[in-house]
Design a binder for this molecule. Structure first.
Ligand code: GCB
Length: 594
């Protein structure tokens, strides 16, 4: 799915700003058809933002159910005769949208875009009212899953199986854009390298017979390096400058639709990084060179705005990654805003792109996050309907992010139950589907600490062993000697079981900033640094370990619970992005690695 861009034939308008807003926990709006009038109340809300922390009320913070958004737009007169599209980059977790009195689109899944062609519903030069109802409810059939519990106090509470706050709302930009009526619908590129020659294979979807496709590849200075005609084809690039970690070199693929007499009908331009990714035995290769991941699992999370995309935080976070010598991150536990992937493309930062399938593990959550105990896979819990939603989430992830050179690995779930025959039946088709959708990238899932190789039944379906491990924290807290022995033994057992790269996608320790200790004990800054350095000592003993991504880049908000002090404090930075002591230790390690 193409991101809206300005080109010679296209225009876009961000509809960000203050919208009318109404919380509707009782669910009055849908039967009363609120889209037909101005929303009740006088509340306004910034878009993008999560609604939870804006108003300083428990009502908004703990809201379960519908939230209504409304704005009035004006369609430029000059868009007459063009195709007009309304696009939401994200609505968490599901939405229905109306233009005037007509429903135009419905979408489930909180982290991928959706759009509607509204050409026939709006009049250029005039205003149109847009209304969206966004629900934050998670069920056994959504990705991520959850359920709504009635509380003893008479309220409703959203129970989730994951460890971050259930922020909701319009988290990313809403666009109004126009294209010609014959237009570039989709572009897919894959790339290859052979010595100093690069290959860019492309496929353009147009949905129109009367146009011819012409593509031109230009280097970063604008010089033409290759071109071709036809909806699919292959471009050769001599003396190629590959995209590589640390050097986000991008070509520009300009796709043009040509009509009668070679007139320009539509043009779209796509940044292209030429690189290869491959797993060979226990090595992870980018451009046929072994790559070692240094970085973090992150979150889209900040004070006040919650999960809304924020360019200031993005630029700052990448600057901090650079300061540390990190080269990668995982979009734990959902697809991040497209701006982030585009920026990673340009900065040469490597990304593990994760589907929002976190918490396919109700047993784990029962222990950690206070949910009732449930069997993960059953008719009444995670079932074939959930699996369908999961499949759609993977499809939308790949459709959105397939062209980003920064994305080198799809993670299709975080810490699922992976030890029963039901888990295998659930994941086998999903792994197959991910490979079918994108045969060019390796796939993985983040394995939970109880799924050791003797009990796990799904790792053979994947290319990389991704481990989330908490030795020294949930296991042997305060006893790093035992933690070290157990970690070493576990890695040895994975090495014995599989000839696959092992990537640590989580390890760390909660750390309250400002707590110091001569004898490092849990929660102190010294202890966090010691836990990380223990892990690193062990990693360095194994060739099969191809990376270290610490949990977490920064402290983040969670649901309340006795395991959490004002959220999860495993950040190497605080939520405000101030460094804890571990940041300096990491910088010493990572800045001296090749
Ligand atoms: C995990 C989860 C992550 C949690 C983390 C923790 O294994 O993948 O979402 O936040 O542990 O801190 O407990």
């Amino acid at each position: 799915m193409l991101r809206p861009r300005e080109t010679a034939t296209r225009e876009r308008k961000a509809l960000d700003g203050l919208w009318r807003f109404a919380l509707d926990a009782e669910g009055h709006g849908r039967p009363a058809e609120w889209w037909k009038q101005e929303l009740p109340g006088m509340q306004e809300i910034p878009v993008p933002a999560s609604f939870n922390d804006l108003f300083g009320t428990a009502e908004a913070h703990d809201h379960v159910g519908d939230a209504w958004y409304q704005t009035v737009i004006r369609i430029p007169e000059r868009w007459r005769g063009e195709r007009i599209v309304l696009r939401f980059d994200a609505a968490t977790h599901s939405a229905v949208v109306w233009v005037g009195e007509r429903q135009v689109v419905e979408h489930e899944g909180g982290y991928t875009p959706f759009e509607a062609d509204i050409t026939n519903l709006v009049e250029p030069g005039f205003e149109a009212r847009i209304t969206a109802v966004v629900s934050n409810v998670l069920t056994w059939h959504t990705i991520p899953p959850g359920y709504v519990a009635e509380t003893a106090g008479g309220g409703r509470r959203q129970q989730v199986f994951h460890d971050f706050f259930n922020y909701a709302g319009l988290h990313r930009t809403v666009w109004l854009y126009r294209t010609p009526t014959s237009f570039v619908q989709d572009v897919t590129v894959t790339t290859d390298l052979d010595g100093s020659t690069g290959t860019v294979r492309y496929e353009v979807e147009t949905g129109s017979e009367d146009v011819e496709v012409a593509v031109t590849l230009r280097d970063a200075e604008g010089g033409e390096v290759a071109g071709a005609r036809g909806a699919t084809g292959e471009l050769e690039v001599e003396d190629v400058r590959p995209w590589r970690p640390g050097e986000g070199y991008l070509y520009d693929l300009s796709v043009e639709l040509r009509g009668d007499g070679d007139t320009l009908v539509d043009t779209y331009s796509l940044p292209v990084g030429i690189r290869t990714v491959r797993v060979e035995g226990a090595r992870f290769l980018i451009n046929d060179e072994p790559f070692y991941f240094r970085g973090f699992g992150k979150h889209e999370d900040a004070a006040v705005r919650g999960k809304a995309h924020d360019n200031a935080f993005m630029v700052h976070d990448f600057a901090l990654l650079d300061w540390l010598g990190a080269n990668s991150f995982r979009t734990s536990h959902y697809p991040y805003a497209e701006e982030v992937l585009e920026y990673a493309d340009r900065r040469g930062i490597v990304v593990i792109d994760e589907a929002p399938a976190v918490g396919i593990n109700s047993g784990l959550a029962a222990g950690a996050f206070g949910a009732e105990p449930h069997t993960t896979f059953s008719e009444d819990t995670i079932n074939a309907v959930t699996q369908d939603a999961h499949r759609r989430a993977i499809r939308e992830l790949v459709a959105r992010d397939k062209n980003h050179p920064c994305v080198v690995l799809w993670s299709i779930a975080n810490e699922p139950e992976s030890v029963t025959p039901e888990a295998r039946a659930y994941f086998e088709p999903l792994a197959g589907e991910t490979r079918r959708l994108d045969p060019t990238r390796p796939i993985g899932f983040a394995n939970v600490m109880t799924s050791t190789p003797d009990v796990d039944v799904i790792t053979d379906l994947f290319d990389v062993v991704m481990l989330n491990r908490y030795y020294g924290w949930y296991v042997s807290p305060g006893d790093l000697a035992s933690a070290e022995a157990a970690l070493d033994a576990e890695i040895s057992s994975w090495v014995a079981a599989y000839d696959k790269p092992i990537l640590f996608t989580e390890y760390g320790a909660d750390t309250y900033p400002g707590v110091h200790d001569i004898v490092p004990s849990p929660w102190s800054e010294e202890y966090q640094a010691e836990v990380l350095s223990m892990f690193h000592r062990v990693f360095d003993r194994f060739d099969a370990v191809v990376g270290e991504q610490i949990w977490n880049f920064a402290d983040f908000a969670t649901a309340p619970g006795v395991m959490r002090v004002d959220g999860n404090k495993k950040g190497v930075f605080t939520r405000e992005r101030r460094p804890k002591s571990a940041a300096y230790a990491l910088r010493r390690r990572w800045r001296t690695q090749p």
